[in-house]
Design a protein around this ligand. Structure first.
Ligand SMILES: [Zn+2]
Length: 305
C-alpha cells in the first residue's frame, strides 16, 4: 500500500514522479474483484483486497463491517446492490488498520454513519506507524472518522436481528471489536482471526499476545457448532477450525514464553523452531513462520510504546 503526503513547493519533476506512483498504486487494485459469499439469510462476506467485509441486508438497510480500501468502494457498492437496493446505513470498523477502514472517507461523505471503538477514532485521527511492515499511515480525513464511538459494547437492532458489538481488550490492537449477528448465528471476528494462517498482532497499536488469545476465547464463547465465523482474513470458517487455530497459537506462545523465561535470545528461540509442526498448515499466508516468531517474541519482551 502506498500513502503519499503531498506538500507544497514540489518541483514539476517530483510531481510527475508522484503522479506515476499514484497511478501505480491504483494499478494494484485494477484486477481486484469483489466476491460475495453467503454466510446466512441476509448476511454475506465480501472479499476483494484487505480485510473481509461483513454485510447485513434487510428492510432497515445495509450494515457493513469494515470497508477495505478507497479505490474499491465503487466495486463494493456494486456488489452490495446485487443483494440489496438499500443504501449503506452504517459501517462498523473492527479496528483502525487501513485495510479495514480505507473506504471510510468515501462512505462517510455519502451519508453512511461510521461506528467504532473509542481507540479506533483516536488512532485514525493521527499519523500512525507500524514497525513490522515499515508502514506509515497518514491521519484519516475528517469525513472518514467514526462519528459514534463506544467503550465496552454497542447493540444494533436492525434487519430483524440483534447485532452485538463487543470490544475485546489489547488483542490485535487496542480498539478491536467482534460482531455477533445473534439471530443469524454469524460472528465477524475482525482481525482476532486470520483463518488458515499465522496472524499479525500489532504491538505498536496496543495489541498483545495474551489479549489476543483472550479475544479468541470470547469469540469461541459466543459460538456453537453451527455458527458461521467470518475472519478478518482468510476463508469463511467455524468453531471447530477456530478452536484448532487457537490451540496452535497458545502452543507456540507458551513455547516462546518458556524460552524467554530461560533468557533465550530471539535467535535461540527461532532455532528451537516453535512453529515447526504448524508451518505446513498455517505458514503460507500473510506472514511467514520466521516473522511470526519474531513478532511474538518482540510483543513479549519489548515495550512497544
Ligand atoms: Zn488488522
Amino acid at each position: 500500500m502506498q500513502n503519499l503526503h503531498l506538500t507544497t513547493g514540489l518541483s514539476i519533476i517530483l510531481s510527475v514522479s508522484l503522479l506515476v506512483s499514484v497511478v501505480m498504486a491504483d494499478d494494484s487494485f485494477d484486477n481486484i474483484e469483489i466476491q460475495t459469499i453467503k454466510a446466512a439469510d441476509g448476511i454475506y462476506m465480501l472479499t476483494g483486497k484487505g480485510g473481509n467485509i461483513g454485510l447485513s441486508t434487510g428492510a432497515d438497510g445495509v450494515f457493513l463491517v469494515d470497508d477495505q480500501f478507497a479505490p474499491l468502494t465503487d466495486r463494493i457498492q456494486a456488489a452490495i446492490t446485487q443483494v440489496s437496493d438499500k443504501p449503506v446505513k452504517f459501517v462498523l470498523n473492527t479496528h483502525w488498520h487501513p485495510d479495514h477502514t480505507g473506504g471510510n472517507e468515501n462512505l462517510g461523505s455519502s451519508g453512511t454513519v461510521i461506528i467504532a471503538h473509542d481507540n479506533v477514532r483516536k488512532r485514525l485521527s493521527v499519523d500512525s506507524f507500524i514497525e513490522m511492515f515499515n508502514m506509515q499511515s497518514p491521519a484519516m480525513a475528517p469525513a472518514g472518522l467514526p462519528v459514534i464511538t463506544f467503550g465496552d459494547a454497542v447493540t444494533f437492532h436492525l434487519n430483524g436481528d440483534e447485532i452485538l458489538v463487543r470490544h475485546v481488550m489489547n488483542a490485535h490492537t487496542d480498539g478491536d471489536a467482534i460482531v455477533h449477528f445473534k439471530q443469524a448465528n454469524v460472528i465477524h471476528a475482525g482481525d482476532t482471526y486470520f483463518s488458515g494462517m499465522y496472524p499479525f498482532i500489532d504491538g505498536n497499536s496496543g495489541g498483545s499476545n495474551d489479549g489476543y488469545i483472550q479475544a479468541i476465547d470470547q469469540v469461541l464463547a459466543l459460538a456453537d457448532d453451527k455458527t458461521v465465523i467470518i475472519p478478518g482474513h482468510g476463508p469463511i470458517s467455524n468453531k471447530q477450525e477456530l478452536t484448532a487455530w487457537r490451540d496452535m497459537l497458545k502452543t507456540i506462545i507458551e513455547h516462546i514464553r518458556t524460552k524467554v523465561g530461560e533468557s533465550a535470545s530471539l535467535e535461540q528461540v527461532q532455532a528451537s523452531m516453535p512453529t515447526r509442526t504448524f508451518d505446513e498448515k498455517y505458514g503460507g499466508g500473510f506472514i511467514n513462520n520466521e516473522t511470526f516468531v519474531k513478532m511474538l517474541y518482540q510483543n513479549m519482551t519489548q515495550d512497544p510504546s
